[in-house]
Write a protein that binds this ligand. Structure first.
Ligand code: FAD
Ligand code: AMP
Length: 475
């Protein structure tokens, strides 16, 4: 017999789980949220990977290092003379920890305000939606939920013969706490996390070498856009080596020796630190008892239908634990949709219009399908593009690299995808998401008034360019 009964139990307090719990509480569901994460001070640290060791701290370091880089390289053009610049890494890390802590505290206040029962500890699902709760402080007990949402998130992939110690060989946790600028930083994987963290330490003075197993750089975006991005990163000094498969790493004399095959040859590079950023896997270990009834896929993700239902009645799963992009906003929207469905409303998730962002400089953002995907699906399309270098605002800002590229259905003109490389791409992509969500066309965007001078004019001009009528470039 359960000690405690709830309308909803959420296991995992990341952006998926906590958003689900807050929305459920707003809808008057008596909700228990269990999250095991603790800060360095041993206090509860809700917010998951994203808030504690992902999205937020990485953006804090990206912003700090961007200021440092701009002062050194870009301010002179504006007539600003700065001398004796130095970087206090411990202060930078302290600021980042402060941002995280402020958000952790804010979440705990939100849980209280919404009357969510929050337990800092582990949860494990048993049969009949019984959840074993193991608080970090206090005795184990069982709680029972009319519904249970599994939101345990993800953990980093590892590779054989490369042992993470988070001192010399780092995952995302260690990469956010490097105490001094490494002279040479190796990064395995030139994906989202590798590029972002590589950028941070490169801007602070490291020589950064990225070893990527794939033959093509950023295969998720179009080849012409990937070339634009690769050129920008090369200018910044990031040494991105494709077709390099790492086979092992060892620590000798306080340095990391990395062995990899590239072409037909075997190579070794020596680094002061090594970051392993080869993707993430669902955190399904020790989450489910054998009798829970919940099935995992071959990849260890919780198996769900289009509405995040597992095969077990009343048990749902969301976020990084399940299929789809491993992104915080995707996790949150799934959490909210599931909470609303449980409360009898119509939950809505559209995986087709989820924006992706890489927060490098320039930023890279995209949504919808790319050219290769459209070709594979046999869909005829028209493409339009526009460079930021032809916008007054980009030039006035002194930040005009990159371009917008848009793809629209050849027959209906419906917007099918868009990729943006440039300053504030992370914000600009929202307009495209809204248009796509409403099944708008390139013509719709072309007819909407965009403020002048703004970077959004490049989005407007790319839409015009789909119909070969951009104003500020030859069509
Ligand atoms: P998580 O955030 O992983 O949260 C799950 C929580 O559940 C964790 O706190 C975990 O400790 C806890 N937990 C697990 N098992 C149990 C259990 N049995 N009992 C209790 N608690 C448990 N995404 C973006 O959209 N934008 C970005 O800029 C971005 N940057 C990133 C940068 C880095 C370096 C990394 C690593 C990731 C980044 N991501 C980003 C991805 C993003 O962090 C994830 O997609 C997001 O956190 C997934 O949310 P979630 O709620 O599914 O899981
Ligand atoms: P992401 O999933 O965006 O974090 O990117 C992870 C990247 O790591 C992908 O581009 C993978 O191709 C790459 N990768 C995976 N395994 C290896 C490996 N052994 N050596 C080098 N790169 C790898």
């Amino acid at each position: 017999m359960s000690e405690q009964q709830f309308d909803l139990i959420v296991i995992g307090g990341g952006p998926g789980g906590y958003a689900a719990a807050i929305r459920a509480a707003q809808l008057d569901l008596n909700t228990l949220l269990i999250d095991d994460r603790q800060g360095e001070d041993g206090k509860p640290a809700p917010g998951g990977t994203c808030l504690n060791v992902g999205c937020i701290p990485s953006k804090a370091l990206l912003d700090s290092s961007k200021h440092f880089h701009h002062i050194q390289h870009d301010y002179q053009d504006h007539g600003i003379q700065v001398s004796d610049i130095s970087m206090d890494i411990s202060k930078m890390l302290e600021r980042k920890r402060g941002v995280v802590k402020q958000l952790n505290t804010g979440l705990i206040q939100l849980f209280k305000a919404n009357k969510i029962t929050f337990v800092n500890g582990r949860g494990k699902l048993f049969a009949d939606r019984q959840v074993e709760v193991s608080p970090h402080e206090g005795e184990k007990y069982t709680a029972s939920g009319a519904h249970v949402i599994l939101a345990a998130g993800s953990v980093p992939f590892t590779i054989p013969n490369v042992e993470i110690d988070n001192k010399m060989i780092l995952d995302n946790v260690g990469a956010l706490e490097i105490p001094d600028v490494p002279k040479r930083l190796g990064v395995i994987g030139a994906g989202v996390i590798g590029l972002e963290m590589g950028s941070v330490w490169s801007r602070l003075g490291s020589e950064v070498i990225l070893l990527e197993a794939a033959d093509e750089f950023l295969p998720v975006i179009d080849r012409d856009m990937a070339r634009v991005a690769q050129r920008e990163f090369k200018k910044q000094g990031l040494d991105i080596r494709m077709s390099c498969k790492v086979s092992g790493a060892e620590i000798k004399d306080d340095q990391v020796h990395v062995h990899y095959s590239g072409g037909d040859d075997e190579h070794t590079e020596v680094f002061d630190k090594l970051l392993v950023a080869v993707g993430r896997r669902a955190a399904s270990d020790d989450l489910l008892s054998d009798d829970s009834g919940v099935k995992l896929t071959e990849r260890g993700q919780v198996d769900i239908d289009d509405h995040c239902r597992t095969g077990t009645k009343g048990v749902w799963a969301i976020g990084d634990l399940v299929r789809g992009p491993m992104l915080a906003h995707k996790a949150s929207e799934e959490g909210i949709a599931v909470a609303e469905t449980i409360a009898g409303q119509a939950g809505h998730i559209n995986l087709e219009t989820i924006p992706w962002v890489i927060y490098t400089d320039p930023e890279i953002a995209w949504v919808g399908r790319n050219e290769a995907e459209l070709q594979q699906a046999g869909i005829e399309y028209n493409a339009g593009s526009f460079p930021f270098a032809a916008t007054g605002r980009g030039l006035a800002m002194g930040n005009a690299s990159g371009q917008v590229k848009m793809l629209a259905d050849a027959e209906t003109d419906e917007l099918l995808g868009c990729q943006i490389i440039g300053a504030n791409a992370s914000e600009l992509i929202s307009e495209i998401v809204v248009t796509m969500e409403f099944h708008g066309s390139a013509e719709d965007l072309a007819r909407i008034v965009h403020a002048h001078p703004t970077l959004s004019e490049a989005v407007h001009e790319a839409a015009l360019s789909v119909d070969k009528r951009a104003i500020h470039k030859a069509n």
